[in-house]
Design a binder for this molecule. Structure first.
Ligand SMILES: [Zn+2]
Length: 393
């Protein structure tokens, strides 16, 4: 493996490259006009030789990655809303009534609304003002800004410490996860609960989901790499659950302390063999997709092709394929994306209702939501790209 000079963002250990996807634009920065410029940056993964954390090989500053137009609104997907409801149930089971929680990365308030139904007050924090305003409109108290020491000073001036601090799909998206956890600890009462959901690196490798690698996704955690990070930040893991969200996620419960639970230590030992195989699995999926997409496009010829799901992973997939995809448009359920363009080839994004009613050929980039989306398009021939390019219906 090629050596990299990048040091681990968790433990500062040295890293080596395990995946090279070539170059890609910043995936969530949609264009206002099809020919607007979208600079390309190297995209790939390196792995820490000390704690095993997998992280992006190119670290771009937050100012390049997120802005006021950040287009992700959690509540657009019914699967995400159901997940918010299940998370609220899990928190409610562990908390007394009339407790108060803090959600880092509260987006448009899906989890806050679900917690309110259990009588739990949740203060949200999110840097993206668009989704945060949606949460405020729904009556959810939300601080807009980056969750840093300054923000925490302000929160703790206005509030006592919280009974739980929780975050879903946030830890992987910050440049310094250790600093975020240290600030989270300040906000948490001494016997409070920390809940962190992250996409699972092992599940990603197992399903060949190389499209989940994009610049905004700084880190890919396994149980062992997150346990290493938690220990360094003064948290001990008490429970871990696996979920199907985002192609496979870990829901980790922790408290302030130094010793992970016995069964957590056993689970860490058990994942070692699969961790060793994971880079080869992901590279094999990439090689297969490049080969399959060449054949797919040759067979497609001049038949019109539409896409569904203008997500970050769509950009990675198209960029990594090394092919030019003649997509006429990509439909997406998020109204904030309508009329904008993918930062690759300027592909227009349309409302699902603007897809041709007669159907045709569709590439479903949102393959993790296939069960939710595909039944709505019975007259389309739907292809999914992951775990391998194939006809779904
Ligand atoms: Zn490390």
């Amino acid at each position: 493996m090629q050596c990299s000079c990048l040091s681990c963002r968790s433990c500062a250990g040295s890293t080596s490259q395990i995946l090279d996807l070539g170059t890609s634009p910043v995936a969530n920065r949609l264009l206002d006009a099809p020919h607007d410029s979208a600079p390309l940056f190297p995209l790939g993964l390196v792995q820490c030789q000390v704690c095993g954390l997998v992280q992006n090989s190119t670290n771009l500053p937050g100012s390049l990655l997120f802005d006021d137009k950040y287009p992700y609104f959690a509540s657009v997907s019914s699967a995400v809303r159901q997940h918010a409801s299940s998370l609220a149930n899990a928190l409610a089971q562990r908390l007394a009534s009339n407790t108060r929680t803090l959600e880092i990365g509260s987006n448009d308030g899906a989890v806050q609304v679900a917690l309110a139904q259990h009588g739990i007050k949740c203060l949200g924090v999110d840097p993206a003002s668009g989704p945060a305003q949606v949460a405020r409109s729904a009556g959810m108290q939300t601080c807009i800004g980056t969750f840093d020491s300054k923000m925490v000073d302000k929160i703790l001036t206005d509030n006592p410490t919280f009974d739980a601090v929780h975050m879903s799909n946030v830890l992987a998206h910050v440049g310094k996860p250790n600093l975020l956890l240290i600030e989270a600890a300040r906000c948490l009462s001494d016997d409070g609960i920390l809940m962190v959901e992250v996409q699972s690196w092992l599940a990603l490798a197992r399903c060949g989901g190389f499209d989940m690698v994009y610049h905004e996704h700084h880190s890919h955690f396994s149980l062992s790499s997150i346990a290493h990070l938690f220990n360094a930040c003064g948290f001990a893991i008490t429970e871990v659950e696996t979920h199907n969200m985002q192609g496979g996620s870990l829901r980790i419960w922790a408290r302030k302390g130094t010793a992970h639970a016995e069964d957590i230590l056993a689970a860490i030992a058990a994942e070692a063999a699969q961790l060793a195989r994971a880079p080869d699995q992901l590279n094999a999926a990439l090689i297969r997709f490049r080969r399959d997409s060449e054949r797919f496009l040759a067979e497609l010829g001049s038949t019109p092709l539409y896409g569904y799901g203008a997500a970050a992973k769509t950009v990675t997939l198209l960029a990594a394929s090394g092919q030019h995809w003649p997509l006429l448009a990509i439909a997406d359920a998020a109204a904030s994306k309508f009329g904008r363009y993918l930062p690759l080839n300027g592909i227009p994004i349309i409302a699902p209702t603007d897809l041709p009613p007669e159907g045709g050929e569709m590439l479903l980039f949102a393959w993790n939501l296939a069960g939710e989306i595909a039944p709505n398009y019975p007259n389309w021939r739907i292809h999914v790209p992951v775990p391998h390019l194939r006809v779904l219906q």
